[in-house]
Design a protein around this ligand. Structure first.
Ligand SMILES: Nc1ncnc2c1ncn2[C@@H]1O[C@H](COP(=O)(O)OP(=O)(O)O)[C@@H](O)[C@H]1O
Ligand SMILES: [Mg+2]
Length: 310
């Protein structure tokens, strides 16, 4: 089995509420996987189960071939984890923080020195290693967190909302860093986020989780089609002639859900294929049909829809 992460019907219930509900998630070796979902969707709870930090209520989970609940040390040896709010010792330098971490992991001293220099360089903090962590910006702290994760040479890393609360420039740096770690070092990455745009920039595949359920997972460009298959049609209609009251007439066609006037025509969001009715209406009104074509929704539209519903 080559999947780094593999879950089957993984669930976690807090009292009477499912935080994660029958989740089937796979992350393959060598990929950057975006775990996407609005706040409260169940991302952190899932990640905690992957690391053996909280026990599933039911279902199966395997990480690097191990069961995180029973073999958490095996998982921790191989998988680095950057929590949402990594903690550091503020009154010592970044470098000393890393050395401390290395000692905790029983890495021999000269090895630890070498590793520390190396990872500070990897995350772009080589010149700031001697500074106290309390002088670090949030973005720098997050990169230091990644450095700390890298010290023990993981084969996979799990990052929980690594760009949360970071300014756009800082976020881009972090995303590029993650991309480079994957490309240059073959690290498998699972990254959670509630920001689609950021995930889109660096992920090969994404999974969208809403209210504890994975509603879709797959390659970015395939998702749009997959998720709405048979459930929604979008059309762009453009006509010339007297269009007074056309909105109202369109509204009366069964199956048209939403009408949006755009610069070049009307965008129709529909629950069924209404092209026949639309063409009939256009001809009844004596208008010229300039175009009527279907428009696949962008992933962003889909995500926003679920985001709103969550
Ligand atoms: N320790 C806990 N006890 C009770 N409910 C929790 C606990 N942790 C998370 N939850 C609930 O589980 C749901 C998922 O939370 P979480 O996994 O933190 O979502 P996300 O990371 O996607 O924002 C939320 O409704 C949250 O309130
Ligand atoms: Mg979270």
């Amino acid at each position: 089995m080559s999947a780094v992460v593999d879950t089957k019907n993984l669930s976690k219930r807090y009292r009477d509420k499912f935080a994660v509900n029958a989740l089937n998630l796979t992350v393959e070796e060598g990929e950057v996987f975006g775990f996407l979902g609005p706040n409260g969707a169940g991302k952190t709870t899932t990640i905690l189960m992957l690391l053996g930090l909280t026990e599933p209520t039911s279902g199966e989970v395997s990480v690097c071939g191990f069961n995180p609940t029973r073999q958490s040390l095996e998982v921790k040896k191989r998988v680095g984890y950057l929590p949402e709010n990594p903690g550091f010792y503020d009154d010592i330098s970044a470098r000393e923080n890393l050395l401390y971490m290395a000692r905790l992991n029983r890495i021999p001293e000269d090895d630890a020195q070498r590793r520390t220099t190396q990872v500070l360089e990897q995350v772009g903090l080589a010149d700031d290693g001697q500074r106290l962590v309390k002088e670090y910006s949030r973005g720098m702290k997050q990169r230091l967190g990644i450095a700390e994760v890298l010290v023990k040479k993981p084969i996979a890393i799990i990052l929980d909302e690594p760009t949360l609360g970071i300014d756009p420039d800082g976020a881009i740096r972090i995303l590029e860093l993650i991309k480079n770690l994957n490309r240059d070092h073959g690290l498998t990455v699972l990254l959670s986020s509630h920001q689609l745009q950021q995930v889109q920039q660096i992920c090969n595949r994404v999974g969208i989780i809403v209210k504890g359920k994975l509603i879709v997972q797959g390659e970015l460009d395939e998702l749009g089609k997959a998720i709405l298959k048979g459930r929604q049609w979008n059309f762009l209609l453009d006509v010339s002639g007297n269009t007074d009251g056309l909105d109202r007439d369109l509204q009366s066609i069964k199956g048209i859900d939403e009408i949006d006037k755009r610069a070049h025509g009307w965008f129709l969001r529909c629950t069924e294929d209404v092209r026949g009715e639309v063409v009939a209406l256009v001809s009844r009104r004596g208008l010229n049909l300039l175009q009527l074509r279907s428009e696949d929704p962008t992933l962003e539209e889909i995500y926003l829809k679920y985001f709103r519903e969550a």
